[in-house]
Design a protein around this ligand. Structure first.
Ligand SMILES: Cc1cc2nc3c(=O)[nH]c(=O)nc-3n(C[C@H](O)[C@H](O)[C@H](O)COP(=O)(O)OP(=O)(O)OC[C@H]3O[C@@H](n4cnc5c(N)ncnc54)[C@H](O)[C@@H]3O)c2cc1C
Length: 442
């Protein structure tokens, strides 16, 4: 069989993993990236956003057989540690005692996957911005420094992120449905530096949250002892970004709401000024394909980051694409059509879950009744694992479809609402009748 040629547009996390999957299936892959080669730039450890990698991501990395490389740069996080406004801590285990999500630096992961893609045989073109797609002839045109060049392939994968040009061409030329919904919240990165000898100043193997109702800070560990932290807050109104302009306002806000955090960041205002405030949004588009061209990752279903699933969902796209290519062989048009129809509800489910988890993280993790509810669910799930997998576990520790997790999660919430209304549930939660009642409600 003649070697089939593929163009992957966007060498971010999803594009580079997709390239690896496809090369391992025997395709000849050209990977095009708008930016210059990350590997030629000096990257300071701890200066990049880090991401939570969970089961779906690992499943795809395992299928591509590169998981062992990724393990070396990943830090397990077994539980949430909540910091209240006085600096007191409470803890919430994510799943079973050996279950963890993993903190990885986005830049480190991208560097690793670019190196692996190249090692396995991808031809990578940097400084190549996709400016046009010819859907009828499976060709893409790139602006390379100051000249345009067109390349052809058997099929094209658009993995060019939230502001995808491949998608823009689908919308412009084919009238595909598209909208981008900005949410009313922004974020800013901050860094807790490492302690002496690269020690960790707070618990390393945990995801830290400072939940404050309508806003929050989170922190994930880096390999060098530092923590990358993110403040998520409203654009406008009380406790929002619009009121944090001067040094006095900013330091006052942090000391008031996050005193223990403030003590860990000596140059807080310097960082505040140096780091950008960025917006968050959700991409809805359909279909994700035309002829032999397909969208995956954020270009198809960018979401807000509150479930830590955007990259994981994109990695899942890569695995599923690899599987459906086996089914449809060289009928790429049919294959991509089916992929788009099957995966769109998963993109929607992912987005619903992500928005829902913002409320859980910023607000509910500070609520003792919510923490008790989760404890009861864990207990029930241990006794009847075939009847109940908690929502967080479905999303982060399984490959259950996002759409299924979302529907099952809503039903579980209805049941737990009744349980939490039982008189003196705080005292009686461990009694057998609670388990019996859940069994009856299922
Ligand atoms: C604050 C924050 C926290 C997050 N935390 C998590 C988390 O904990 N866990 C998780 O799973 N996800 C998380 N995410 C989501 C995750 O970052 C994204 O889902 C993931 O990066 C998507 O990968 P991608 O390759 O599809 O897109 P991108 O990472 O955006 O990569 C797209 C690539 O395409 C290139 N490109 C763009 N346009 C063109 C063009 N015209 N031509 C050629 N190349 C182009 C870009 O330069 C880039 O390299 C988070 C996101 C944010 C904003």
């Amino acid at each position: 069989m003649k070697e089939k040629k593929v163009i992957v547009i966007g060498a971010g996390l999803v594009g580079s993993l997709c390239a690896i999957h496809l090369i391992k299936k025997g395709y000849s892959v050209q990977l095009f990236e708008r930016r210059k080669d990350l590997r030629t730039q000096k990257i300071t450890a701890g200066k990049s956003i880090n991401l939570a990698l969970s089961k779906r991501g690992w499943t795809s990395l395992e299928q591509a057989n590169i998981h062992e490389y990724v393990k070396k740069i990943a830090i397990p996080m077994y539980r949430r540690v909540m910091h209240d406004s006085k600096g007191n801590l409470t803890f919430q285990q994510y799943g079973e005692s050996d279950q963890a999500i993993f903190s990885v630096s986005r830049v480190e992961l991208n560097l690793l996957m670019l190196n692996l893609a190249e090692k396995y045989g991808a031809e990578i073109h940097f400084n190549s911005k996709c400016v046009d797609v010819d859907f009828n002839n499976t060709k893409a045109t790139f602006l390379q420094i100051d000249q345009e060049k067109t390349y052809g392939a058997d099929f094209i994968v658009g993995a060019d992120g939230t502001f995808s040009n491949v998608r823009a061409k689908m919308v412009e030329k084919l009238g595909h449905m598209y909208n981008y919904n900005k949410i009313e919240y922004d974020y800013k990165e901050l860094l807790i530096p490492s302690g002496p000898n690269n020690s960790y100043l707070i618990e390393k193997e945990a995801l830290h949250i400072w939940p404050r109702g309508n806003f929050m800070v989170i922190a994930l560990a880096n390999l060098d002892g530092s923590f990358t932290c993110t403040l998520f807050a409203a654009k406008h109104g009380k406790d929002s970004f619009e009121n944090l302009n001067t040094e006095k306002e900013t330091i006052h806000y942090f000391k008031k709401h996050f005193p223990d955090f403030t003590g860990l960041v000596p140059n807080l205002y310097e960082q505040w000024q140096a780091n950008p405030t960025s917006e968050l949004g959700i991409v809805k588009t359909f279909p994700w394909n035309k002829k032999n061209v397909l969208l995956i990752g954020d270009s198809a279903h960018a979401t807000v980051p509150f479930y830590g699933q955007g990259m994981n969902a994109g990695f899942e796209d890569c695995r599923i694409l690899s599987d459906v290519l086996d089914i449809y062989k060289e009928n790429y048009e049919k294959c991509f059509n089916q992929f788009s129809i099957d995966r769109k509800p998963e993109g929607d489910g992912l987005q619903d879950l992500s928005l829902h988890n913002f409320i859980v993280m910023r607000d509910k993790t500070a609520d003792p009744s919510f923490l008790l509810q989760k404890k009861i669910e864990q207990k029930f799930s241990k006794l009847h694992p075939e009847k109940w997998l908690p929502l967080y576990s479905m999303v982060s520790f399984s490959n259950v479809k996002y759409s299924t997790a979302w529907e099952v999660g809503k039903k579980q919430d209805q049941i737990m609402e009744k349980i939490m209304k039982l008189p003196q549930i705080e005292k009686k939660w461990d009694d057998d009748f609670v388990i019996d009642m859940i069994l009856k409600e299922i």
